[in-house]
Design a protein around this ligand. Structure first.
Ligand SMILES: NC(=O)c1ccc[n+]([C@@H]2O[C@H](COP(=O)([O-])OP(=O)(O)OC[C@H]3O[C@@H](n4cnc5c(N)ncnc54)[C@H](O)[C@@H]3O)[C@@H](O)[C@H]2O)c1
Length: 331
């Protein structure tokens, strides 16, 4: 379905070399935008942006959001900010809360201050479903949150609080997008903090059993990256005054548990390698800081932004798996 997109605009994508950021950069370049990518490559990868470097509309600024001067440099001429740079992962934040805080809170604040000083038109930022914390109510509606369960969740909630007070006091037009378990092309399958879908896909491709933490009954609202791209465009271009200063669930509004997810992945991968159907999964202990279930209400995004997810889980997994099959070398 067609939707309003950012066009002919100068856009700063912080964390533009990461999974979601690089997908945003790629999409923005298709619509004649000038794209500035600010990244320090701490978790982002040069391969993610190498194709864009040939495009004269793309500028890479290698820098750190913890440095105000890097944020100011990247903000030159910028009309819209899509703030993605952060250290993701709940376990990473439990292992090293100070570094996560430095990037996700102080770094975020630096980008927000630079955006205010440059009088940008819109500041759209990656918030997180982790902000729902220990709230057990399902589906998650934006106004009902619990207490955070990890340092990462604290940082993402602080982002929302800063965005709120910058709107109130300085008139910065902020919109927060609470992403729910995003997956898709270019998401890194490697490393201790990899997300389940790329990690499990890579394991199945190597005929190795992926490790499920717990019994596999924990469920998530897995969200294909194209739905996230849509939400960024809608948030950046909306003329609905009621949407400004708000946070929106960015999800599909459906959930699958991890056992179901593995079955679907095997089905998608079976198209390429029939033997994958016989690869069993392994089960291990629950992970600290994890919530059992996550499912978003997307009603607010539908009503205020006109959002309609383009990809439900089966279609998203099909596309993601096709990309991994073509691009993962170590199979
Ligand atoms: N992937 C998800 O499921 C998910 C869910 C909720 C929220 N989010 C949020 O979405 C955003 C993007 O996540 P992602 O999954 O693409 O992760 P990612 O790790 O692939 O991307 C983050 C990018 O930020 C960059 N970065 C980190 N620290 C930086 C710093 N100090 N200065 C400049 N750049 C820095 C990294 O190098 C990387 O390119 C993050 O804010 C994350 O918290 C992601």
């Amino acid at each position: 379905m067609p939707y309003n997109r950012i066009k002919n605009t100068t856009v700063l994508v912080t964390g533009g070399a990461g999974f979601i950021g690089s997908n945003l950069c790629e999409d923005l370049l298709k619509y004649n935008n000038k794209v500035i990518c600010l990244d320090n490559f701490s978790t982002g990868r040069r391969e993610n942006i190498q194709d864009f470097l040939k495009d004269s509309n793309f500028t890479l600024i290698e820098g750190d959001i913890r440095k105000p001067e890097d944020c100011n440099k990247a903000m030159q001429g910028v009309q819209i900010v899509l703030q993605q740079a952060a250290l993701g992962s709940v376990p990473r934040s439990l292992n090293d809360p100070a570094t996560t805080n430095g990037v996700n809170v102080s770094g975020f604040l630096n980008v927000l201050i630079a955006a205010r000083d440059a009088s940008v038109k819109r500041f759209v930022y990656a918030a997180s479903s982790s902000t729902y914390g220990d709230s057990e109510s399902l589906p998650k509606v934006e106004d009902i949150i619990g207490m955070p369960l990890s340092p990462y969740a604290v940082t993402k909630y602080i982002n929302e609080l800063y965005a709120h007070v910058f709107g109130l006091n300085y008139g910065v037009k902020c919109i927060g997008l609470r992403y729910f378990n995003v997956y898709g092309r270019r998401q890194d399958p490697n490393g201790a903090y990899a997300a389940v879908i790329p990690k499990f896909t890579q394991a199945f491709m190597a005929h190795e059993s992926p490790l499920i933490n717990g019994t596999g009954t924990n469920s998530r609202d897995f969200t294909y990256v194209d739905n996230v791209i849509q939400m960024n465009h809608l948030a950046a271009t909306t003329t609905n005054a009621a949407a400004i200063g708000q946070v929106f669930n960015t999800a599909v509004g459906e959930r699958a548990d991890l056992n179901m997810l593995c079955a679907l992945l095997k089905e998608c991968l079976g198209k390429y390698d029939a033997a994958i159907a016989g690869v069993p999964v392994k089960y291990g202990p629950e992970r600290k800081g994890d919530i059992p279930h996550s499912l978003a209400s997307i009603t607010k995004a539908q009503n205020l932004l006109g959002y309609q997810p383009s990809h439900h889980l089966q279609q998203g997994l099909k596309e993601a798996v096709a990309w991994y099959w073509e691009n993962l070398n170590d199979r």
